[in-house]
Design a protein around this ligand. Structure first.
Ligand code: DAH
Length: 342
């Protein structure tokens, strides 16, 4: 039996010398050390030995097992090291390979539209002022001629905060009050861009968050003619010099008189199509002469001062300009949409 073990050791170690890969090494391990390997078979046969011989054979067998296991570990080390060396020698990093392109960032379509709007109004002397998105009920409604009981509140579905009388502004119009109180008694020519929030069911035409650009001009002799001139100029720069415009009487609590401005449909040029709902016209903004009470709330004496104001949605402007049929694309952050405006 001892002889058998010695032969096994010699055979195994001799064979191991020719092993050069992990696969071959694994085969070797299974042959000699596996559950059905030669050594295991010998150890199983120990039961037939006379009891007095067992301890010596057992010890020798365990020693052989340890020897083979150590030999296995060493060989595995060697193979791995050789493999690494071979890889280092053969596989070079090709530093001339071009990298993956990283494109430059680009502006969001809303930002781009806002900047176009700023540029047009800048030419007419309007300066940009930003006012808070979290507003008081007083600024957002009451000082704009919309008292708590006023049915016009239904025009703005409001997101309230847990603090009584504090809400997310539903439009940029409260900025009018802030700017008037900031500049009174100076004349004013500002646009007020920013985010607005409404408690809306989100649909193709409504978002719960969107931008607005408010405009406000206050002075000694500001007239409805100024309003029409400024907004007509804006529409033609934004949508093309050939645009026709029309002003339609409307109602807003903070302006009197109030008007909505339409442009002739840029798609069908006024003939009538799906986009303009076969009217030939597209509504682009609300406007009017600042209500005397609103001027007073801003600190201006309505007997001396007059003003005009307007409000528009840049997303709506971009939708008309680029033929986008769903406002939800703007803030869904799908690059396939956004990259079209890169
Ligand atoms: N604040 C109005 C809205 O959100 C838009 C608007 C209409 C603003 C007329 C104005 C204005 O300044 O004069 O629907």
């Amino acid at each position: 039996m001892l002889e058998q073990l010695r032969e096994l050791e010699e055979k195994a170690l001799h064979e191991l010398e020719d092993v050069n890969s992990m696969e071959a090494l694994d085969k070797w391990r299974i042959t000699y050390l596996g559950r059905k390997g030669s050594l295991t078979i010998i150890l199983r046969g120990m039961g037939q030995l006379p009891p007095e011989e067992r301890p010596a054979i057992g010890q020798a067998a365990n020693q052989l097992k340890a020897t083979l296991e150590r030999a296995y570990e060493e060989k595995a080390e060697t193979i791995k090291r050789e493999e690494t060396l071979r890889q280092l020698a053969e596989e070079r990093i090709d530093v001339t390979l071009p990298g993956r392109p990283v494109g430059p960032g680009f502006l969001h379509i809303s930002t781009r539209t806002l900047r176009e709007i700023y540029a047009i109004f800048a030419q007419m002397g309007f300066q940009v002022v930003e006012t808070p998105e979290v507003e008081t009920d007083v600024n957002n409604f009451q000082l704009l001629n919309i008292p708590p009981y006023h049915p016009a509140r239904d025009m703005w579905s409001t997101l309230h905060t847990t603090r009584e009388g504090v809400l997310l502004r539903t439009h940029t119009s409260p900025g009018q009050i802030r700017v008037m109180r900031m500049y009174c008694p100076e004349p004013i020519r500002v646009i007020l861009p920013g985010k607005c929030y409404r408690y809306e069911q989100v649909t193709a035409r409504h978002e719960f968050m969107f931008y607005q650009v408010e405009g406000l001009a206050v002075g000694y002799k500001v007239t409805m003619g100024d309003l029409k001139g400024v907004l007509t100029n804006f529409a033609r720069q934004m949508f093309g010099a050939e645009r026709k415009v029309r002003f339609r009487a409307s109602y807003f609590p903070f302006t009197e008189p109030s008007a909505e401005m339409d442009i002739d449909c840029i798609l069908c040029k006024g003939k009538g199509c799906r986009v303009c709902k076969y009217t030939g016209w597209l509504e682009i903004l609300g406007s009017g002469m600042v209500h005397p009470q609103v001027l007073r709330n801003g600190g201006y004496d309505p007997d001396m001062y007059t003003g005009f104001a307007f409000g528009m949605g840049p997303e709506r402007i971009a939708m008309l300009k680029y033929g986008i049929d769903d406002i939800r694309y703007f803030f869904a952050n799908d690059l396939r949409f956004l990259q079209q405006f890169a």
